[in-house]
Design a binder for this molecule. Structure first.
Ligand SMILES: Nc1c(NC[C@H](O)[C@H](O)[C@H](O)CO)[nH]c(=O)[nH]c1=O
Ligand SMILES: CC(=O)[C@@H](O)COP(=O)(O)O
Length: 161
């Protein structure tokens, strides 16, 4: 189902574990920061709404989405967290750089989920244009940051089983 048929901000709290005892790391790319800040705000609000303590949300920034993998890896190595969310916004330009940045961060995050026993949630928009990014970071399609936070809580819970 495409995003246009599913509002990214909708969730049913009765189906989500309480996040009171979980600690979350969030690594945020500074590229397209108007978008990534919107994604972060959505993620933070959802984590708090589902019981996360403010002091249990640890935020680091990195220069761009390609650096999200290293930022998440370092977070996993030095911080005691139950889940990491990586937040980025990649918008297509004139060259193939878009393809390689998207491929790099996608493969990198996948690798971290294989190599570490702490889940890393992929909250990276990969859009053709800025409007698509606006629509998915608090616009008409909701906020992918909210969706990522809910996924993070569910995966942090699954990790306890
Ligand atoms: N064009 C975008 C980038 N490019 C920068 C790379 O992510 C990386 O920081 C650079 O290649 C140095 O390693 N990053 C984004 O997050 N979004 C873009 O649209
Ligand atoms: C995703 C990118 O790196 C891209 O926005 C850079 O733009 P360009 O391909 O025009 O150099």
């Amino acid at each position: 189902m495409a995003t246009e048929n599913k509002n990214l901000s909708e969730y049913d709290k009765t189906t989500i574990p309480n996040a009171k005892d979980f600690r979350f790391g969030i690594v945020v790319s500074e590229w397209n920061d108007t978008i990534t800040e919107g994604l972060y705000k959505g993620a933070e609000a959802a984590l708090l709404d589902c019981g996360t303590e403010t002091e249990n949300i640890i935020r680091w920034n990195v220069p761009g989405s390609f650096e999200l993998t290293f930022g998440a890896k370092r977070m996993l190595e030095v911080k005691d967290v139950d889940c990491v969310i990586v937040i980025g916004s990649v918008i297509k330009g004139e060259t193939m750089h878009f393809d390689f940045v998207c491929q790099g961060v996608t493969q990198g995050v996948k690798d971290l989920n294989v190599l570490y026993d702490t889940p890393v949630i992929f909250c990276v928009l990969t859009d053709d244009n800025m409007q698509q990014s606006i629509d998915r970071s608090g616009g008409k399609h909701g906020n992918k940051g909210t969706e990522a936070a809910i996924a993070a809580i569910k995966m942090a819970h699954l990790r306890t089983l």
